[in-house]
Ligand binder design. Structure first.
Ligand code: HEC
Ligand SMILES: [Cu+2]
Length: 362
């Protein structure tokens, strides 16, 4: 389900402890400015309506006590602004740190124009992937994990979190400055090249919360959305476990050897073989896309290992279904002009074979 709620819903509802204090602050400041506007308007109208006495008209030098109002106004403004300052500092303090230390830490990297999301692999699982993948050495080994494989699970544009607990987000940028914002869950934080920023989010109720890049980063900035999917712990763990599997493992043995030694050629219902699609993928897509458990190890585009588990593609631009996938592959430059994926021309046979292969990426 793609979120179809009103885009400004965050003005009315906050869904977690990192967002509700700022929501209250926003309403308090709005109330304060409305009161100020009413007072000023009232005084202005009063001044317009009030008339000087006829005598006073010719005696401009007489002091009618007007200065008193300036002092009152300055005093009230100072009290109001000072109060607002204190409230703002208290709000900042209250959202600076979660109540408990986050158990889950997720790496989010902003790219022109999509989000890469890396989870630590569930412990006890060796992840089938290429040992020479660039981020292989960056993470400390988790207890129980074996081998030299990177201990991360990678996905794109879809951040799953367990409900009711704080989650730490470590923010990077691969190119220009972006900003990570899930209005209902927390304030925004910039993703800056060469800098690591942190924030935390927490959702108190299961649901889908829309996120969006909020720092202008180029032509497709508006098409750089993502979804935060908050689910109960057990469902989250099951999701993470499934994501940690190599491609197509759900219907085969879960060991990586089986994935790299596929069964003899088989044809789909429409007669096209997914093996031909896999070969085509190796030739035309693998330079940019990774499919864990296969030789495809490109890092310029989203990890496609579990492509069909996602709700949307191209950073919230299209609903994820087969028709849209093919449309995207063949017309990426029309759908998202300047996106860093070319439109790829495919004849009917190639398209069928490729789709037969992509269908397996559950
Ligand atoms: C030059 C690098 C490059 C090549 C080649 C390439 N892609 Fe992409 N692909 C990308 C980038 C970058 C994105 C993200 C674009 C965006 O959302 O702005 C992407 C996005 C996608 C997505 C959407 C994924 C998601 O979750 O949002 C799919 C599906 C996809 N590519 C499939 C393919 C297939 C199939 C091929 C080969 C026929 C291919 N790509 C070739 C770079 C590439
Ligand atoms: Cu942006």
């Amino acid at each position: 389900m793609v979120t179809d709620r009103a885009p400004l819903e965050y003005v009315l509802h906050a869904a977690g402890p990192a967002a509700s204090p700022t929501l209250r602050l926003a309403w308090a400041l709005l109330a304060l400015t409305i009161v100020v506007a009413i007072i000023v308007t009232g005084l202005l109208i009063g001044a317009l309506v009030r008339r000087r006495s006829r005598v006073a008209h010719r005696q401009l030098a007489v002091d009618a006590g007007g200065m008193r109002w300036v002092w009152i106004g300055t005093g009230l403004s100072t009290i109001g602004l000072f109060g607002a300052l204190i409230y703002m500092l208290m709000t900042l303090e209250s959202v600076a740190m979660p109540a408990s230390k986050p158990r889950l830490v997720v790496d989010v990297t902003a790219y022109d124009w999509w989000w890469k999301i890396d989870y630590p692999a569930p412990s006890g699982l060796a992840i089938a992937t290429q040992p020479d993948k660039p981020d292989a050495s960056q993470r400390p080994a988790l207890p129980g994990a074996t081998g030299t494989a990177p201990h991360t699970v990678t996905t794109a544009n879809e951040l799953h979190i367990p409900v009711g607990e704080p989650v730490q987000i470590i923010l990077h940028s691969a190119d220009v400055i972006h900003a990570f914002w899930v209005p209902q869950l927390a304030g925004k934080t910039q993703a800056i090249p060469g800098v690591t920023n942190e924030q935390w989010i927490q959702a108190d109720h299961p649901g889908i919360y829309r996120g969006q890049c909020t720092q202008f980063c180029g032509e497709q900035h508006a098409h750089m959305a993502f979804e935060v999917i908050a689910q109960p712990r057990a469902a989250f763990d099951a999701w993470l476990h499934a994501q940690s599997m190599p491609a197509g493992a759900s219907d085969r043995a879960t060991n990586p050897a089986a994935a790299s030694n596929p069964a003899p050629a088989s044809a789909d219902a429409d007669g096209s073989s997914w093996q031909a699609g896999q070969k085509l993928f190796g030739e035309r897509c693998a330079a940019c896309h990774t499919i864990r458990g296969t030789d495809a190890a490109g890092v310029q585009g989203p990890d496609l290992t579990h492509l069909n588990s996602r709700e949307t593609i191209a950073a919230g631009t299209l609903i994820n279904n087969e028709a849209n996938q093919l449309e995207w592959i063949t017309h990426a430059q029309q759908i998202k002009p300047d996106a860093l994926m070319p439109s790829i021309a495919l004849d009917t046979d190639d398209a069928q074979a490729l789709m037969a292969y992509l269908r397996r990426l559950r």
